[in-house]
Design a protein around this ligand. Sequence first.
Ligand code: ATP
Length: 361
Amino acid sequence: MSIKTSFDICVLPGDGIGVEVIAATVPLIERVAQGAPFGFRFHDHPAGAQHFRKSGDALPAATLEAARKADSILFGAMGWPEIRYPDGTEIAPQLDLRVELELYAGVRPARAIPGVRLPLADPRAKDIDLVVVRESTEGLFASRGKGVIDDDREARDTMVISRRGSERVHDFAFRLAQRRKLRGLPGRVTCVDKANVFVSMAFFRKIFDERARAFPEIEARHNYIDATALDLIRRPWEFDVLVTENMFGDILSDQTAALIGGMGMAPSADVGDHHGLFQPCHGSAPDIAGQGKANPTATILSAALMLDWLAERHANPALAAGARRIEQAVDAVFASGRILPYEFGGRDGTAAIAAAVASNL
Ligand code: ATP
């Protein structure tokens, strides 16, 4: 069988700074592919809040179909506070894509990049290198669009934890820890839950313990969500892979993004058995949209995650080498001390940061 070398990428820039960070990142991926034994074709497709305002459709069927057919999806950000569905909820096609494409593992790495000022004063913060794996198809988000309000008196949203949903996300977390262990990281998975209070969370933990037995070389730990919020401030450098329910992961991954400097530094991947979507952790950031101030680093690092995922999926190590080139170029930019994003009180915007990364590739 010949190795696949040409990849169709479905690009969904979306809203606000999503458009800006994607425009900064695509040329960098093209640059990595120059002279490499792989290539990309990028195809832009409409979706998001602004598209909803124009067309009444936040995620057109043709866009969903293109995402389904592509080798991978590169996503900016979607949503805009003033543009909402009639029931008042925000436009969030990313949530629909997770369900439609069964992107059950929300991968949110947080690695301290040398040269980036960290909010924790403890010098060990420079060793932060963890990944939050957020279950992304059920949990409390299963209630999205299904919550009920009785007579303006009582509201209910229901958490759903299934055996299938939990087994696959736990297995994903253990396999990720195996790969990280090969790179010298601890090889440890912490199940984050509230098993002391909720039957659904006790079930999530029970399935974690069952699956842990299939990965004897990986250390399996538990931590309650409240203790984890505390420990991520007290000693985040001790975590390796964390696996958790959808809502808990949503919250914890913003916290871990803050630990490494801010939203503009935090990449993410939403991965299933057949599809992968790569996007920065941040949203459309209306407060800075259109000003060229967005930090594109999170999106650039998400592109590296995309190359890694394609490398593994298609057994093509050249793509993994491309991912390392992107990460090393980003590290070199911040280690040089010459770039300070607006996000950190500096004067370097989207274009300047992308140009600095390009010059280090
Ligand atoms: P969502 O709910 O869609 O995730 P959010 O409400 O959490 O979005 P973000 O859009 O992520 O909000 O923005 C949160 C804050 O972080 C804003 O003040 C924004 O300006 C800042 N921010 C987010 N991303 C970046 C970035 N790439 N560069 C600079 N600042 C950013």
